[in-house]
Design a protein around this ligand. Structure first.
Ligand SMILES: *Cc1c(COP(=O)(O)O)cnc(C)c1O
Length: 558
C-alpha cells in the first residue's frame, strides 16, 4: 500500500513519528522536515495531486489542527479529504464518504491516537450500499457546477447561463441527434490554460516560440486519431465540421468544380453545397436523392448519376440519414467515375469508433467529422486522409483557411480519442444503436410513420405530417413542453417549408451517455407517442414532464 504523506511546520513531528510507527506501509514523504515556517497549501497540493492522479492509494496530511490541510486538499478533483479525530471518524469517512486523504492535527491528536486513526482509515473499505453510493455520486456530480463555481463571483451573469445549462441537462431528456454529453475530462481539457498559446503551424514547425507543451498535446491528438480510426494522417485543427469540409475542398478542387452530394432537404448538410453556404457559392453542386419508395440511397442510381455528372468529389455522409452507408459500394462508384471519395461521418463518428457502424476510413480518400456528436468530445472538427493527401490537407487548413489552432480544444479532442480506446466504449456505441431501435419501434408501434421504416444508427425520423397532418415545428414544440428535446427536420420529398418541416429527428447518443438502456428508450418512445397523439393537450404534456423529471433523476449526467 502506497501512502503519500506531507505536513507543514506545525505537523512535521507527528508525520515523522507516524512513518516510524507504521513500518508495514510504504510512505512517499513530500516534506516538510523542519520547524522552519512554511505554507501548508504547498504540501497539500503535492499530496492531493498524487492521490488525484492515482499515484498513491491514500494521502495523509498533518498541520497544527488539520483544518488548513483538509481545505487545501479538497480543492482537488478526485480527492476527498477528511479531518479525523478518532478511529470512528476515520471508518465513517472511508465507508460512507469514500475519503482518500486523511488529515490530522498535531496539536489535537497524539501519536498513539494517530496510529489508530491511520490504521482504521486504510483498513476500512468503501461501503457500496445504494444510499452511500448515491450520495457519493452526487458529490461527484456537484462538480458539474463546482468546477465553474469561481464564476459565481467573477461573472455572475455567465455563471447563471452555465447553471441553467447544467439544470437543463440534468432534468430534460435530450434527443437532439447531433448532441451528446461530454465527459468532465473533455471539459477540463477544453477549459485549460492551453487556450493561452498561439501555435500557428504544426507540431515541431510553429511560427511562435514556446510551443513545446501544445506540441505534445497536438501530437497526442493526431496520433490517437490515427490509431483510433486506422487512418494514415489526421489534421485535428479544424474549428468545426464545416471547416473540416472546407479544408478538403480547398486541398483538392478549384472553385467551379463539381461535387456530387446528398441533397440538404434529404439529410445532407449545409456545408455539402447549400446555396446559402460557402460550399454552394464556390462549387458546382449536383445533389443526389434517396429513392422515393425506400427512402434509402439507391446505389445503382447513384452510380449512374456519378458516371453522367463526372464529379471531382463524391461526398457521402449526412445529418439526417437513419440507415447504414455502404462504403465499399461507394468506393466502387468513385473508382468507376474517377473521383475523390469523401465521407463526412460527423453524425456517426462515435458509432464508427465503437464498431457499431462500418468504418469509411479504409475506403475513403478523405474522412471528415465533427468531434462533438456521437463522438462525445469537444465542439470541433477533424479530417483523416490517405498519406498522399497529407501535405495538401495540412496547408489547406493552415495557412489556407485558419490562423492559430485552438490548442485547448485539440487537447480535449485527444482526451476524447483516448476515451474511445477504452473497451467500455464499444458497448456504449452498440447501446446507442440498441436504444435507438427500441425507441423507434415504440413510436412506430403506436402508428407513427418512420422514414425508411426504421433505423440502423443513432437517429430516426418521424413523418408527423404524413401520419397525422401536424408539422415538425409544432410537434417539436409540444415535446419541448414535456421536457423532451428533439428538433424539427425535413424528410425526403418534404412538402412543407424548411421552417415548418414534416418531420422530427430523434437521437439516442445523449440518453445513452447517462446510462439509459432499451427499457427507458422504449418508455420515452411511448411518451413521444402520447404527446404526438394530441399535441395541444397540455395535461398530457405536464404529466410526461413529471415522469421525465423522475426518470432523469435516476440517470445522472456524468
Ligand atoms: C453537424 C454536421 C457538420 C458540421 O458541423 P459544425 O461543427 O456545426 O460546422 C458537417 N457535416 C455533417 C454531416 C453534420 O451533420
Amino acid at each position: 500500500m502506497k501512502i503519500v504523506i506531507g505536513a507543514d511546520h506545525g505537523g512535521f513531528e507527528l508525520k515523522k513519528s507516524l512513518i516510524a510507527s507504521c513500518p508495514e506501509a510504504t510512505f512517499v514523504d513530500v516534506g516538510t522536515d523542519a520547524a522552519e515556517s512554511c505554507d501548508y497549501p504547498d504540501y497539500a497540493d503535492a499530496v492531493a495531486e498524487a492521490v488525484a492522479g492515482g499515484d498513491a492509494d491514500f494521502g495523509v496530511l498533518v498541520c497544527t489542527t488539520g483544518m488548513g490541510m483538509s481545505m487545501a486538499s479538497n480543492r482537488f478533483q478526485n480527492v476527498r479529504a477528511a479531518l479525523c479525530r478518532d478511529a470512528e471518524d476515520a471508518r465513517i469517512a472511508r465507508a460512507h464518504n469514500g475519503a482518500n486523504v486523511l488529515c490530522l492535527g498535531q496539536k489535537r491528536t497524539d501519536l498513539a491516537a494517530a496510529v489508530e486513526i491511520l490504521k482504521a482509515f486504510v483498513s476500512t473499505s468503501v461501503d457500496d450500499a445504494e444510499r452511500h453510493a448515491r450520495r457519493r455520486a452526487k458529490l461527484e456530480r456537484a462538480r458539474r457546477l463546482s468546477d465553474f463555481s469561481g464564476l459565481a463571483k467573477d461573472d455572475p451573469e455567465i455563471y447563471a447561463a452555465i447553471k441553467a445549462q447544467v439544470t437543463q441537462e440534468d432534468t430534460e431528456i435530450n434527443l437532439i441527434a447531433s448532441e451528446n454529453t461530454s465527459s468532465r475530462a473533455v471539459r477540463l481539457a477544453a477549459g485549460s490554460v492551453l487556450m493561452n498559446k498561439y501555435a500557428e503551424g504544426y507540431p515541431g514547425k510553429r511560427w511562435y516560440s514556446g510551443c513545446l507543451p501544445v506540441d505534445a498535446a497536438e501530437e497526442l491528438a493526431r496520433t490517437r486519431a490515427c490509431a483510433l480510426f486506422g487512418a494514415d494522417h489526421a489534421n485535428v485543427q479544424p474549428h468545426c465540421g464545416s471547416s473540416a469540409n472546407m479544408a478538403v475542398y480547398f486541398a483538392t478542387i478549384k472553385p467551379g468544380d463539381t461535387i456530387l452530394s446528398l441533397s440538404l432537404d434529404q439529410g445532407g448538410h449545409l456545408s455539402h453545397g447549400s446555396p446559402v453556404n460557402f460550399s454552394g457559392k464556390l462549387y458546382n453542386i449536383v445533389p443526389y436523392t434517396v429513392d422515393r419508395e425506400t427512402e434509402r440511397i439507391d446505389y445503382d442510381a447513384l452510380e449512374k448519376q456519378a458516371l453522367e455528372v463526372k464529379p471531382k468529389i463524391l461526398l457521402s455522409g449526412a445529418s439526417a440519414y437513419p440507415r447504414a452507408l455502404d462504403f465499399k459500394r461507394i468506393r466502387e462508384i468513385c473508382d468507376k467515375a474517377g473521383c475523390i471519395m469523401m465521407v463526412d461521418m460527423a453524425h456517426i463518428a462515435g458509432l464508427v469508433a465503437g464498431g457499431a457502424h462500418e468504418s469509411p476510413v479504409p475506403y475513403a480518400d478523405f474522412v471528415t467529422t465533427t468531434t462533438h456528436k456521437t463522438l462525445r468530445g469537444p465542439r470541433g472538427g477533424l479530417v483523416l486522409c490517405k498519406a498522399q493527401y497529407a501535405k495538401a490537407l495540412d496547408s489547406a487548413v493552415f495557412p489556407g483557411m485558419q490562423g492559430g489552432p485552438l490548442e485547448n480544444i485539440i487537447a480535449a479532442k485527444a482526451v476524447c480519442f483516448r476515451e474511445w480506446m477504452q473497451p467500455e466504449m464499444k458497448a456504449y456505441a452498440a447501446q446507442v444503436v440498441a436504444n435507438c431501435k427500441a425507441m423507434c419501434k415504440a413510436v412506430q408501434d403506436r402508428g407513427w410513420r418512420i422514414v425508411s421504416g426504421g433505423t440502423d444508427n443513432h437517429l430516426f425520423l418521424v413523418d408527423v405530417k404524413g401520419t397525422k397532418g401536424i408539422t415538425g415545428k409544432d410537434a417539436a414544440a409540444a415535446l419541448d413542453n414535456a421536457g423532451i428535446v428533439v428538433n424539427k427536420n425535413t424528410i425526403p420529398y418534404d412538402t412543407e417549408s424548411p421552417f415548418k418541416c414534416s418531420g422530427i429527428r430523434v437521437g439516442t447518443a445523449s440518453i445513452t451517455t447517462r446510462g439509459m438502456k432499451e427499457t427507458e428508450a422504449a418508455l420515452i418512445g411511448g411518451w413521444i407517442a402520447d404527446i404526438l397523439d394530441d399535441i395541444t393537450n397540455v395535461a398530457v404534456q405536464a404529466d410526461v414532464k413529471a415522469k421525465a423529471a423522475a426518470l432523469t433523476a435516476k440517470f445522472l449526467v456524468p
